[in-house]
Write a protein that binds this ligand. Structure first.
Ligand code: BES
Ligand code: ZN
Ligand code: ZN
Length: 497
């Protein structure tokens, strides 16, 4: 799909469909939309008067062959209340419009921003919305639905003077949208097509193409480094683990400046191990590598957007299998940091592999950490699929920075409590620490506290994306399946340095 900026007056554009949006207010037909209305014999205002066009969020009004336009169709999308309208809404509207038109066989359309919205940010949001909405994997279908595709979209409503800003926003949004889809492609892969070794190969290929430094640690190196927590998870099956390390170094890198560490859980399949999961729904555990994929996607975007900060990405990759060599409940493992862990539940494996990855990221020089992981079912209970769970360490200013980036990127995140009392739940009886809480409830918090033990005093934020990384039902603006959530926040975080 090609997205370009078109500075011509949009009423004069020849296209299969002209798309714009109307607000939910007493008269939704205002401004630029009203300007094209006189020629339409007040058709639009009459539709509004009759209640067919209200401006309610995602309401779709499709008008065929409007004689007063060069376009073959006019699509008006409801944008909701004007006061609540922001770039997140624009992202959704543009995505929903794309999916609406795509399903109707349209191949090319013009998306026109309204007066006051012709900014760099809006162009970025629209590009992100369009690219995310266009993603639909039919990779493993032998019959492709090739007739249903969007080939090109023109962004209109920008004046000649606004064009440069629009193009800048579009370029940035395209990089971010494509990187998000890169992550979603990885997340979609089933576990037989994406083992830890294959994930490492794909990460390496991406990094080389993007001009990033990459190192893949194999099982020998992992053993030499004494990553006992990661190895305890991978020992349950024949697939060897990998640790993927991708580094971005800015051109003017100065020693002594902050280094961002991005750590992502990549369990390419989570059976639960000996603490095995129920069969029902287990197939979904192919997405237990979404945190790692999201971090790799973020690195892909950062390579192109070139932030001013060094970024080290560490992705521990393994399967969690219940083979004859698997670790068993009660086993005691020694993490790379030297801490001993009593593994009370082999299904709480994400925190084990993150323990070593977080420790290693610090050793490589990361001074500020963010990890993303499909860590707990408990976060789904707490926040459903609406908000990412955010857990911070002692440095609230670092958590605030991540939350501010999420707000700017239009990703919903909610900070969870991390009182010291929760830490008591994971204090070990026979080892230093145990991998599940002894108290009832608070499962996502004890999971976060476990990782925090390895982050130590280094500013750290944990994102639990178990509820938000996978869309169970298609939305008007997004297909069913992987979402790539948190990527935009992480890119924004790095760029805001
Ligand atoms: N990968 C799961 C968490 C998960 C659950 C992700 C649902 C996506 C959807 C994780 O490894 C896990 O099994 N966690 C356990 C922890 C428990 C044993 C303390 C859980 O949440 O049940
Ligand atoms: Zn698990
Ligand atoms: Zn898991």
């Amino acid at each position: 799909m090609q997205i370009t900026v078109e500075a011509k007056p949009f009423a004069a554009l020849e296209t299969e469909a002209l798309v714009s949006y109307v607000f939910e207010e007493s008269d939704p037909i205002q401004g630029r939309i009203a300007e094209i209305d006189p020629a339409a014999n007040s058709l639009l205002r009459n539709l509004a008067k009759s209640g067919e066009v209200t401006g309610k969020v995602l309401e779709m009004t499709l008008i065929h062959a409007p004689a007063w336009l060069k376009a073959a169709r006019l699509l008006l999308v409801g944008a909701g209340k004007r006061e609540k309208f922001d770039s997140a809404a624009l992202r959704k509207i543009s995505g929903a419009a794309l999916r609406y038109l795509k399903s109707r066989g349209v191949h090319k359309f013009v998306f026109a921003v309204r007066e006051g919205n012709a900014t760099e940010d809006s162009a970025q949001a629209i590009a992100e919305g369009l690219l995310a909405a266009d993603f639909e994997s039919d990779k493993y279908k032998t019959e492709k639905k090739n007739d249903k595709s969007i080939d090109s979209v023109q962004l209109a409503g920008y004046s000649a003077a606004e064009r440069a800003a629009a193009e800048k926003g579009l370029a940035r949004g395209t990089v971010i949208g494509e990187s998000q889809n890169f992550a979603r492609d990885l997340i979609n892969e089933p576990s037989n097509k994406l083992t830890p070794r294959i994930l490492a190969q794909k990460a390496e290929a991406m990094a080389r193409q993007a001009g990033l430094t990459v190192e893949i640690l194999d099982e020998k190196k992992i053993t030499d480094l004494k990553m006992g927590a990661l190895l305890s998870v991978s020992q349950g099956g024949p697939e060897p683990p990998r640790v993927i390390v991708v580094t971005y170094t800015p051109a003017n890198a100065k020693p002594g400046t902050p280094v961002l560490g991005l750590i992502g859980k990549a369990v390419t399949f989570d059976t639960g191990g000996i603490s095995i999961k129920p069969a029902d729904g287990m197939e979904k555990m192919k997405y237990d590598m979404a945190g790692g994929a999201t971090m790799l996607g973020a690195m892909r975007a950062l390579a192109a957007l070139k932030p001013n900060v060094k970024v080290i990405c560490v992705v521990p990759a393994t399967e969690n299998m219940p083979g004859g060599t698997a670790q068993k409940p009660g086993d005691i493992q020694t993490a790379m940091s030297g801490k001993t862990i009593e593994v009370l539940n082999t299904d709480a494996e994400g925190r084990l592999i993150l323990a070593d990855a977080v420790h290693y990221a610090k050793q490589l020089g990361a001074t500020h950490l963010v990890d993303a992981a499909t860590l707990t079912g408990a976060i789904v209970v707490a926040l459903a699929s609406i908000n990412v769970g955010v857990f911070g360490g002692a440095d609230q200013s670092w958590t605030d920075k991540v939350l501010a980036s999420a707000k700017a990127a239009g990703e919903k995140m909610w900070q969870m409590p991390m009182d010291d009392e929760y830490r008591e739940y994971i204090k070990g009886t026979v080892a230093d620490i145990q991998n599940i809480g002894s108290g009832k409830g608070g499962g996502s918090i004890t999971g976060a506290w476990f990782i925090r033990e390895f982050a130590g005093d280094t500013p750290w934020v944990h994102l639990d994306i178990a509820g938000t990384a996978w869309n169970d039902d298609a939305k008007p603006w997004l297909a069913k399946g992987p979402t790539g959530v948190a990527l935009r926040t992480l890119v924004e975080l790095a760029l805001s340095y």
